[in-house]
Design a protein around this ligand. Structure first.
Ligand code: AR6
Length: 179
């Protein structure tokens, strides 16, 4: 499925580490030193160069780690991509609205990728796994932020959804956003 807007937004069900794109976005944590979920998969398949680059970031500009809602790029190691753009999603809260932080993840990761010259960017559904964000709301936030922010020379933003439910929620969110 793709949009008729200036920058096509596409949805695929699958494993983001199998994608061939310029930039793969990682749902990391502030340590930048790996974890489970999509983060674990990216480091496993991408190999040790990614962790080495993350350690360098921690030893230099990101001594305290990467703040929630921010993004930073490293090599993509052995992935079929030029860069991994790491972003830190907010943990879901039932009492505090952290929507702006999740929007910021998509905006900042796209900005970092575009500044590097990426034409094709793959995103996972940030915060919707271990960090507990409800998939329907996470999908709406992802889709509306990317539709608002993606501009040429970026040529495609691809959401890579791990399972059928995530794919369905993104399809619904995209259909709603496009009216
Ligand atoms: N490809 C695409 N999507 C995936 C993949 C994959 N290979 N694996 C999982 N997902 P999560 P978060 C989906 O937990 O919620 C890590 O430990 C998954 O089904 O990866 O932002 C980090 O280090 C879900 O829909 O990220 C942090 O500590 C989505 O990706 C923490 O988890 C995000 O799930 C971040 O939690």
């Amino acid at each position: 499925m793709s949009t008729p807007s200036a920058v096509p937004v596409t949805l695929v069900q699958g494993d983001i580490t199998q994608q061939s794109v310029d930039a793969i976005v990682n749902a990391a944590n502030s340590s930048l030193l790996g974890g489970g979920g999509v983060d674990g998969a990216i480091h496993r398949r991408g190999g040790p160069e990614i962790l080495a680059a993350c350690r360098e970031l921690r030893a230099s500009r990101y001594g305290k780690g990467l703040r929630t809602g921010q993004a930073v790029a490293t090599t993509a190691g052995r992935l079929d991509a030029r860069w991994v753009v790491h972003t830190v999603g907010p943990v879901w809260s039932g009492t505090e609205d952290r929507t702006a932080l999740l929007e910021s993840c998509y905006r900042e990761a796209l900005r970092v990728a575009a500044e590097l010259g990426a034409r094709t960017v793959a995103f996972p559904a940030v915060s919707t796994g271990i960090y507990g964000w409800p998939m329907d709301d996470g999908a709406r936030i992802a889709v509306r932020t990317i539709l608002a922010e993606a501009t040429p020379p970026v040529e495609e933003v691809r959401f890579v959804l791990f399972d059928a439910q995530a794919h369905l929620e993104f399809r619904k969110a995209l259909a709603e956003a496009l009216g």
